[in-house]
Ligand binder design. Structure first.
Ligand code: PA5
Length: 335
């Protein structure tokens, strides 16, 4: 898993190269909404796309984690059906439905049944390299979708931003990777704070929301630990009320607050006030600030820190981050 994380910068530059070049695309005029359908590690790239595209693309980008696709999906929808294995039943079912509704579908996968269906139906297939855990193949699953939107004309000037992000992530790797000592490595330090605790991850709507979800998923799947996420300002209207339980229960919680300079000023104020509310009742809180000069770099600075944290946390529990036996069991039982 560490090797896969170390390889993220390379994944991004490789995926930026030729992965999506062969794919035949629909006309941009024919598209009035975009749907990304997938689950788990294959869906998170859709959320990254949604957040990144929010202020750049004039049509809605929606992420779907279900067997069915929303009502609006039809001939004017561009659908990315993403499944690393190509065998996730919810994605196969959503793919069939999108096809039946006449949507323009593009498959991103290593192959599997979804790859076979794409070949059968003459649907464009971006074939990504196999041998990774899906959640460790984010570069391969996310960048091709971005590149396709660029080729369609939705995201001009994207290449520079992706390459800058890949270079920036390479620098981060020096700071976060296994060779970087504890004293200089924020991911190792955060993993120590989360050890033997229940992680609660807080982000902010529109900036770090997807990062909070990613941290939670990575901690669940890599460290095999329950974790929970939420966003400001919404959590100030419900979750915060729950921090009134007796200290012996709340002392098991460590809160991660994801910070971004672009957060709404009132959200930043809310975060400051909320820190005061929780500081004496939970085990503690840790603020993690984004860094980087563009939107993609800022997102990935936090994602990469969370990815490494989850793997170091797995090491502290003596757990192999790779296998997700219970997910495999569920998939098998459902067949
Ligand atoms: O990272 C993982 O292993 C999971 O979250 C999978 O991504 C999820 O189960 C869906 O599988 P796939 O990505 O193969 O469609």
């Amino acid at each position: 898993m560490l090797a896969a994380l170390d390889g993220l910068p390379l994944q991004c530059s490789e995926a930026c190269g030729n992965l999506s070049e062969q794919v035949k695309l629909p006309e941009i005029e024919a598209i009035s909404n975009i749907l990304v359908t997938g689950l788990g590690g294959s869906a998170i790239g859709g959320d990254l796309l949604r957040v990144y595209a929010a202020d750049k693309i004039s049509i809605p980008v929606i992420v779907n984690r279900d067997y069915t696709v929303p009502e609006f999906v039809g001939p004017d929808t561009l659908v990315f059906a993403i499944s690393y294995s190509g065998n996730t039943e919810e994605t196969l079912s959503a793919y069939e439905q999108a096809q039946a509704r006449g949507a323009s579908v593009i498959v991103i996968s290593t192959g599997g049944k979804l790859g076979e269906m794409a070949l059968r139906d003459g649907v464009p297939l971006v074939k990504v390299p196999s041998g990774y855990a899906p959640r460790a193949a984010t570069g391969f699953l996310f960048i091709p979708a971005l590149k396709i939107l660029q080729r369609l004309g939705f995201l001009p000037g994207l290449d520079g931003e992706i390459m800058a992000m890949a270079g920036f992530v390479r620098e981060l790797h020096t700071k976060l990777g296994a060779q970087s000592p504890m004293a200089e490595n924020p991911a190792k330090q955060i993993a120590c704070k989360l050890h033997q605790k229940i992680p609660v991850i807080w982000g902010s709507t529109g900036t770090t929301e997807v990062v909070a979800q990613r941290w939670k998923g990575q901690i669940n799947e890599n460290a095999k630990v329950p974790a929970y996420w939420n966003v400001f300002p919404e959590l100030n209207h419900n979750e915060i009320v729950g921090f009134q339980l007796p200290a012996e229960i709340l002392k098991r919680i460590h809160v991660i607050i994801l910070r971004d300079g672009q957060d709404h000023p009132q959200v930043q104020k809310r975060m400051e006030i909320t820190k005061g509310v929780i500081k004496d009742v939970v085990d503690g809180y840790t603020e993690v600030w984004s860094s980087g000069d563009n939107a993609l770099s800022r997102l990935f600075s936090l994602i990469y820190t969370g990815d490494y944290t989850s793997v170091y946390l797995a090491a502290l529990y003596g757990i192999d981050p790779g296998p997700v036996k219970v997910i495999d069991y569920l998939k098998q039982e459902l067949q």
